[in-house]
Design a protein around this ligand. Structure first.
Ligand SMILES: Nc1nc2c(c(=O)[nH]1)N[C@H]1C(S)=C(S)[C@@H](COP(=O)(O)O)O[C@H]1N2
Ligand SMILES: [Mo]
Length: 567
């Protein structure tokens, strides 16, 4: 009845069949239908991906593929442009693209019905294909999710177009119009009902009413589909939010370390507000990685294997790892992408099993030259085996500042090696340590244009005062941090304008591979001033003034700020 009545009605009253297929859908309605259909497909994917332990959002999978296949230069340009917001921006951009693609499918479907199903099949195929490349996506499950999402999208589009054409879904209001009209016809005499222009229901007023009903039905259904898309997405995220990894992480009981890091009461930050604390709090610690979402690892199913050029490869579970003797080390970690004066550097108290012990258990062969750390998502770092043997801290870390590693910092285990940039050493979500020859393997960033070895360069940064500040005349502390890999910091000097360099007072040295705080009491005089800093490392080498970019091996140059002192 709902489907046939309007046409029957139209014929009875000689109405122009405005509601026939393909006649009345405007471009905007079609675009909206396609956009909502794409949203339904995405929402369906989010909901299905949240079911079970290993599902993965198709958007994330596709974006992981984007990151993986983007040339290193472009990735770096993206990071430089957007900073740590690069990932939210990528995901948002992908969703917007998908919605626009859906809108285009909607418009094209007005004239070519097959475009919708084919387009959504393409959508689904992209998701399924990306899952074969994304190490964290289960290919079979992802293909199934993609297929269902594609069907949901295609069905939504065709349904909404049908409603927009008035073929379907106008519900009660349309039925009333129809029944009234027919009732009028069947009424015996006095009323000629339907034919009269003044009739409120049929006649001249009928076409607009019909159109309005159709339009109202369309927006109703489109709104409902949009709401369903948001709801499925929200429910999916809510389910995933209660991740097992977070729950298990909260329950981890850390062993007592057999070696403690040096106990210091605190740093110069107590004297100088605004100075970076000696130890960076976990929530303030910078985060850099190629993972769109921190991998969610259930430690009960996680294993770390030691492979490659060893006599007896083995694998070890989380419990067993925690049962080994652990040591605690303060280590400053820095990203090679850190600009002079930048904040992609931090110091934490790491607790873990010495890498040397884990390697010894496997019996490292004499031909091994490189230690490769491989993450569950396939990311790799690689550094010379000498770093495990020269006495610097080199750990498979399980804790950061007294708690199990935060998910985004590598739970359940990561590598931490003193004096090396993160990209060559600090594999998070570690699952394999492979020993190779130096030339037999290049880790993730090496073919993307970064240098194979990544010893940290000597750097110093002014934290107080901030660049561009207006200050008052008189006593003004100038303070910051300086670091030099495992070489340590022996001197920090500050220069105001072209005055002679002044020695800053150094804070406590936590360890040889951490940064050192410094402060200089400056008597600020009125006017504009340039302030710059340089550090000397434990080998007596003064930090170079030569300015180089972060690529390929770390930025150099002196951090320089400008302040105005008011009289
Ligand atoms: N699995 C994985 N580990 C990784 C990375 C990554 O992309 N994936 N990035 C590395 C880089 S470049 C840096 S600088 C450090 C940053 O560690 P953080 O995020 O804990 O500060 O992690 C390293 N470990
Ligand atoms: Mo990095």
């Amino acid at each position: 009845m709902p489907d046939t009545a309007p046409e029957a009605d139209g014929v009875v009253h000689g109405r122009v069949p405005l509601t026939q297929p393909g006649m009345t859908v405007s471009t905007w309605h079609a675009a909206l239908a396609g956009l909502v259909a794409a949203a339904v497909a995405l929402g369906t994917g989010e909901l299905l991906a949240s079911i079970g332990d290993y599902g993965r959002s198709l958007v994330i999978t596709v974006d992981s593929l984007v990151i993986e296949t983007t040339p290193g230069d472009a990735t770096r340009a993206g990071i430089e442009l957007f900073g740590t917001a690069d990932k939210p921006i990528l995901v948002t951009g992908t969703v917007i693209l998908a919605l626009l693609f859906g809108a285009a499918l909607g418009v094209a479907s007005r004239t070519h019905r097959w475009v919708g199903p084919v387009g959504f099949a393409g959508f689904a195929f992209l998701g399924a294909w990306a899952a074969t490349v994304d190490e964290l996506a289960p290919p079979g499950q992802s293909a199934l999710i993609a297929a269902v999402a594609g069907v949901a999208g295609a069905a939504t589009l065709s349904g909404l177009l049908a409603v927009a054409e008035g073929r379907r879904g106008r519900g009660t209001s349309q039925l009333l119009v129809t029944d009234n009209g027919r009732a009028g016809d069947e009424r015996p005499s006095s009323t000629t009902g339907g034919q009269r222009p003044t009739d409120p229901v049929v006649g001249a007023a009928e076409m607009p009413t019909d159109k309005v009903a159709t339009r109202r039905a369309f927006f109703g259904w489109a709104g409902a589909a949009g709401a369903a898309a948001l709801a499925t997405t929200g429910i999916g995220w809510a389910i995933r939010g209660r991740s097992r990894a977070e729950v298990v992480r909260a329950e981890v009981v850390l062993p007592e370390p057999t070696r403690f890091a040096r106990d210091v009461a605190g740093g110069l930050e107590r004297e100088v507000p605004g100075l970076s604390p000696l130890i960076t709090a976990n929530e303030d610690f910078y985060r850099i990685d190629t993972a769109l979402l921190a991998p969610e690892i259930d430690p009960d199913r996680w294993e770390l294997s030691v492979t490659g050029l060893v006599d007896t490869p083995y694998a070890i579970g989380f419990e067993e790892l925690l049962g080994m003797a652990t040591t605690e080390h303060d280590v400053t970690l820095s990203c090679v992408s850190n600009e002079v004066g930048g904040d992609l550097v931090g110091t934490a108290r790491w607790q873990g099993v010495p890498l040397a012990e884990l390697l010894e258990r496997a019996g490292v062969r004499g031909t091994a030259e490189q230690v490769v750390g491989r993450s569950v998502d396939g990311w790799t770092s690689g550094f010379p085996i000498g770093a495990v043997r020269d006495g610097r801290p080199a750990l498979v870390a399980v804790a950061m500042n007294g708690v199990a590693l935060p998910l985004e910092h590598g739970f359940p285990a990561r590598l931490v090696v003193g004096g090396l940039y993160g990209y060559v050493s600090a594999t998070k979500w570690l699952t394999e340590i492979e020993l190779t020859g130096w030339d037999d393997f290049d880790a993730y960033w090496v073919p993307r244009g970064w240098s194979k070895e990544g010893p940290m360069k000597t750097q110093s940064r002014v934290d107080v005062p901030r660049d561009g500040r207006h200050l008052r005349v008189g006593r003004q502390p100038v303070a910051g941090v300086a670091w030099a890999g495992t070489r340590g910091i022996t001197k920090v000097e500050v220069q105001v304008d072209d005055d002679p360099w002044m020695d800053a007072r150094l804070g406590t040295e936590l360890a040889g591979s951490t940064w050192r705080q410094w402060v200089l009491e400056w008597s600020a005089t009125p006017g504009e001033h340039r302030i710059r800093v340089r550090a000397s490392d434990g080998e007596g080498e003064v930090q170079t003034s030569e300015e180089t970019d972060p690529a390929p091996s770390g930025a150099t140059g002196w951090h320089t700020i400008h302040v105005t002192v008011e009289a």
